[in-house]
Design a protein around this ligand. Structure first.
Ligand SMILES: C[S@@+](CC[C@H](N)C(=O)[O-])C[C@H]1O[C@@H](n2cnc3c(N)ncnc32)[C@H](O)[C@@H]1O
Length: 433
């Protein structure tokens, strides 16, 4: 029979000190990313439900900084405990997020400790309390740049060398600046403080509320990393020609292409992401034919002079703004994605008119999803050729590789704030016989 006696005192949730809810949400977020392998931005919705916007933003900031600095925070924890805490025990995760607040977000120590202890109720509260006190007394600190997860550092050292690993670590240590792409060249007055690294581009320091920036409602610009804007730039002006934008959502490149005068058919398999694409087109007053379809089975009505395949990929190139990626992506997923990319690339090639252009892009720092993918394609499609990108087509400081592909790497444009890791190949279909 249920116990109907009134409970004495307040329940544990009611007794939590102010601010505990956002830390609980950060804990749920870290659990979703590290244990279930969910992307941070997707997990954020469920993990922060019911929180006011400021607490929601704080929970996401705690989780993001914990993920960036996790290796270094773990080294501090391990150096201070006689028995190693298992990687997945709650107390380690609570310590991680508490130390991220203390050492990076500079939250008041009292708030950090008082909100951490309820998260380990029934667990090793004394250990957590003792470690957080030690961190303050001994003035623990973090290195200048955050170490990449070991497996990623090894994989990238093999592919790109130690200097790129060091540049990636420096880039991973904090959120990147904000890049905007414009439909038309903006006036100077509103953007006097912005850096201009390419036409139709402005770069602003991080930390600004996007929706409060000038002209957001008018829709003259959208947020897009400079590297992500390169594929559409390399297709030039459309002059009303037809273009298939495959894997188009949420539409950063669709907007660029529509603004450049292409008659765009934007295809994506995700209804939810296509909603965002349609919202983006509506906000910017640009137009495209929006189609939901899986490229593996979908067929266009007609082929096109240009096809852009911005293929689904590991997204390891956008690790600066998505600090969960390097903790989640494993070699097995890279292999599976590479197989899918090969399939999509072969489908996309069928829809290019003779002599037309196929532009393949991925926001990945894995050769398997870039150089190796295109090498395999050209092996199977002997009559296709590389249409080499020239340095003049690219923003200053980015140069094509020896094959005429674009490979953006950590460390490029570092003094200007860096850019995401991308691979871009422009391929030419055989002319009609
Ligand atoms: C890298 S994102 C595209 C980004 C987009 N081009 C932009 O600039 O905003 C990859 C997209 O591929 C879509 N996708 C994944 N598999 C697909 C498939 N088999 N057919 C069509 N779209 C697919 C995903 O839904 C996702 O929106």
């Amino acid at each position: 029979m249920a116990d109907r006696r009134p409970r004495r005192g307040r329940g544990p949730a009611e007794a939590d000190p102010p601010g505990t809810a956002s830390r609980r949400a950060a804990l749920r977020l870290l659990d979703a990313v590290l244990r279930r392998g969910d992307p941070l931005d997707i997990a954020a919705h469920a993990a922060t439900q019911g929180l006011p916007p400021a607490d929601r933003a704080f929970a996401i900031a705690i989780a993001s900084e914990t993920l960036r600095w996790m290796g270094d925070i773990d080294a501090l924890i391990d150096g201070a405990t006689s028995q190693v805490l298992a990687d997945d025990v709650k107390s380690r995760t609570v310590l991680r997020l508490a130390l991220a607040q203390l050492l990076i977000l500079k939250t008041s120590p009292h708030a950090v400790v008082s909100t951490a202890l309820p998260l380990v109720a029934g667990g090793p509260r004394r250990l957590v309390h003792a470690l957080l006190s030690r961190a303050q007394q001994e003035e623990w600190s973090l290195p200048e740049s955050a170490n990449l997860p070991e497996a990623v550092a090894e994989r990238w050292a093999d592919q790109w060398g130690d200097a790129i690993v060091a540049a990636a670590a420096a880039a991973w240590s904090g959120p990147p600046p904000i890049d905007l792409s414009f439909a038309a060249e903006p006036g100077d007055e509103e953007w006097a403080d912005a850096a201009v690294l390419a036409p139709l581009h402005r770069r602003l320091p991080r930390g600004q509320a996007i929706e409060a920036m000038p002209g957001f409602r008018e829709g003259g610009w959208w947020v897009q990393d400079l590297a992500a804007s390169l594929p559409a730039r390399l297709l030039g002006a459309g002059n009303g020609r037809r273009l298939l934008d495959l894997c188009a959502a949420p539409g950063g490149k669709t907007m660029q292409l529509a603004a450049a005068g292409w008659d765009v058919v934007a295809v994506d398999s995700s209804a939810k992401r296509l909603e965002r694409l349609s919202d983006n087109l509506a906000r910017t007053a640009l137009s495209a034919d929006v189609v939901q379809g899986d490229i593996r089975t979908w067929e266009p009505d007609a082929s096109a002079e240009a096809v852009l395949l911005d293929a689904p990929c590991s997204a390891t190139g956008i690790f600066r703004r998505h600090p969960d990626v390097l903790h989640r992506i494993e070699p097995r997923q890279i292999d599976e994605l590479a197989e899918l990319q090969g399939e999509l690339l072969a489908r996309a090639a069928q829809w290019v008119t003779p002599g037309g252009t196929l532009l393949y892009a991925t926001c990945s720092l894995e050769r398997a999803e870039g150089e190796d993918q295109v090498a395999a394609f050209l092996d199977w499609h002997r009559d296709w050729t590389i249409d080499p990108v020239t340095p003049e087509e690219l923003p200053a400081g980015i140069i094509p590789d020896d094959s005429g592909f674009v490979r953006t790497l950590p460390g490029m444009l570092a003094d200007a704030g860096g850019l995401d890791g991308f691979f871009i190949a422009r391929l030419r279909a055989p002319s009609a016989a």
